[in-house]
Write a protein that binds this ligand. Structure first.
Ligand SMILES: NC(=O)C1=CN([C@@H]2O[C@H](COP(=O)(O)OP(=O)(O)OC[C@H]3O[C@@H](n4cnc5c(N)ncnc54)[C@H](O)[C@@H]3O)[C@@H](O)[C@H]2O)[C@H](O)CC1
Ligand code: K
Length: 523
């Protein structure tokens, strides 16, 4: 599903109106009605509403909601923030309809009127937040900030129209104080700010509603941001035919594990196998070979002589490079240790290996010392940093990255020509062509040791089976998140282990292929 930036949404609106002749007031009517439908599905006439509108079109949507709720017999109070003379265009049309109907709208201009807002919410406790939408452009201050604080403190249930007011539509930045919604009804397409943290924290349940914008208007512009959904993933999963053998499902080579970090190798290997890889080879230090072998007997291990205990020496690089000619993918990094040996192996591999390479964890840590090696690459590279690894790769502060996830991932992908999988509460995938794919599946239970090794294994397994690296990353991130959601549904988030992800992985893939779990139906 496509995702929009503020300017893109404005342009789509404009094309709908000017090229296809759908009047703006019709779009606003549809927007309001879509919110009303969501309300009547969930609230009977006993519920009372406080509707808080801004001066822009988001407020206009709020006026439409007010008219329809009034018509259906709901009790409500309507507030507009600031000088009502500033209301114009379609919002003004809807404001005037309300005044012609004799429906009172209170202006919030000062602290006295703010008290009225507070009193209204105490007795009419379901709040419709129509303060700011995609037009929010600066820090929320003064009276707006106070109003938002009152909403957050006294509302029993808040429904935000389009995006919680105070969240930036482009990137999920927080502009002062955001409304903490229980539900957000976003219009036409999700906004990036609905999906990316920290803003995504404030949506509550996110619902996407059609407002009658012609598909043609959306197709007229090239949208580069996408939400990963089940349809993209289902197309991506490799099919399995009857007359096949293990060679039909690809060969993956993995360099993982070191003394004390055998678990990372085991998790990555098991995940690649559970994803359907036909043949898997693991390069591992000879002293830990038996541990890995016991943990995952299905893998072919290649025990390599060590120069230091548990660390693969660089003297085996020729074998790794030669073997890659027979394989479909090479993954490097999980639990390898941040060693000079690994740095040398990665450099050589980047220069000489021409199959797709997945680089994770310590592989990224060693590369952060010398990123120029990316420019020597002979094949497609997928890197899977979490925010700390991204900070080392970019020399940026973690906080700086956290507030600009999409831009940071995109800039890095374009600059170094690699596919970036920036892992977090929402995972951002950026392609070297500047496309973005956002995953919102998954839960905080997955913030646990080994979870990233599982993701590396899934990406590797999908590339082994013939998926293009970008498609493999997109599919893997969703499958990984969905698997976490299935584990959390059964066991809760607290005790979720990376090993649980491995165990549930086959069921996730089965349910996606067979379309038999409702958890797959949401994005
Ligand atoms: N296709 C659609 O999705 C449609 C969406 N609609 C709704 O319209 C809004 C966007 O409307 P717009 O008028 O562009 O902006 P806003 O209503 O978000 O508010 C802008 C308003 O507020 C002022 N402003 C901006 N930042 C601040 C601030 N920090 N403090 C105070 N004031 C601020 C700004 O100057 C404007 O006056 C979209 O989200 C949908 O809800 C349409 O209804 C139909 C089509
Ligand atoms: K809003």
């Amino acid at each position: 599903m496509k995702v929009v930036l503020n300017d893109e949404m404005r342009l789509i609106d404009k094309i709908s109106m000017e090229k296809y002749g759908v009047p703006g007031v019709v779009l606003m009517e549809n927007a309001g009605v879509s919110v009303v439908n969501e309300i009547i599905d969930n609230f009977n006439l006993d519920y009372k509403f406080t509707i808080v509108c801004g001066k822009g079109n988001n407020g206009g949507d709020g006026f439409v909601v007010a008219r329809h709720l009034h018509n259906k017999g709901y009790k409500l109070n309507i507030f507009v923030l600031g000088d009502k003379k500033a209301i114009k265009g379609d919002a003004l049309i809807n404001y005037e309809i309300l005044t012609k109907l004799g429906i009172g709208i209170k202006e919030i201009k000062n602290d006295d009127t703010l008290i009225q807002l507070k009193e209204s919410i105490i007795s009419y406790p379901i709040v419709i937040d129509a303060l700011f939408g995609t037009g929010l452009s600066k820090e929320v201050q003064g009276i707006s900030k106070k109003a938002i604080n009152i909403i957050n403190k006294y509302s029993k249930y808040t429904i935000s129209i389009d995006i919680p007011s105070g969240v930036g539509g482009n990137d999920g930045k927080i502009f002062g104080t955001p409304v903490e919604a229980n539900k957000t009804v976003t219009l036409c397409l999700p906004k990036c700010g609905n999906l990316v943290y920290p803003g995504a924290e404030y949506n509550g349940k996110l619902v996407i509603k059609d407002i009658g914008i012609p598909n043609e208007a959306i197709e007229d512009i090239e949208l580069k941001n996408n939400l990963i959904d089940i349809d993209i993933v289902r197309q991506g999963l490799p099919s399995r035919k009857k007359d096949t053998h293990k060679g039909s499902y690809g060969k993956a080579n993995i360099i993982a594990g070191s003394f004390g970090m055998t678990g990372a190798a085991i998790l990555a290997c098991k995940s690649a196998l559970r994803t359907g890889t036909g043949l898997l080879k693991l390069y591992v230090g000879e002293s830990i070979n038996h541990i890995v072998k016991t943990g995952v007997p299905e893998v072919i291990t290649v025990p390599l002589q060590e120069m230091r205990k548990g660390v693969i020496g660089i003297n085996h690089i020729e074998k790794i490079i030669k073997d890659s000619k027979e394989a479909n993918v090479l993954a490097i990094g999980p639990g390898c240790g941040n060693t000079s040996e690994l740095a040398e192996i990665i450099k050589q591999v980047l220069v000489k290996v021409d199959i797709p390479i997945v680089i994770d964890a310590d592989g990224l840590n060693v590369l952060s010392r010398d990123k120029e090696w990316f420019l020597e690459k002979k094949s497609k590279i997928v890197i899977t940093p979490h925010i700390g690894e991204m900070s080392r790769l970019t020399n940026m502060d973690i906080e700086e990255i956290r507030y600009d996830l999409i831009k940071v991932a995109k800039d890095f992908a374009i600059k170094w020509g690699v596919i970036v999988v920036l892992k977090g509460a929402s995972t951002i995938i950026a392609s070297p062509e500047g496309e973005i794919f956002i995953n919102v599946k998954g839960n905080p239970g997955m913030a646990t040791a080994g979870s990233g090794d599982v993701l590396t294994g899934i990406i590797t397994g999908l590339i082994a089976q013939g998926l293009e690296p970008l498609k493999a990353a997109i599919t893997a991130v969703y499958v990984h998140g969905l698997t976490g959601d299935k584990v959390a549904r059964d066991k809760g988030e607290y005790g979720l282990l990376a090993g649980d992800l491995v165990e549930y992985l086959p069921y996730t893939i089965k349910d996606i292929v067979e379309d038999n779990d409702s958890i797959c139906k949401t994005f």
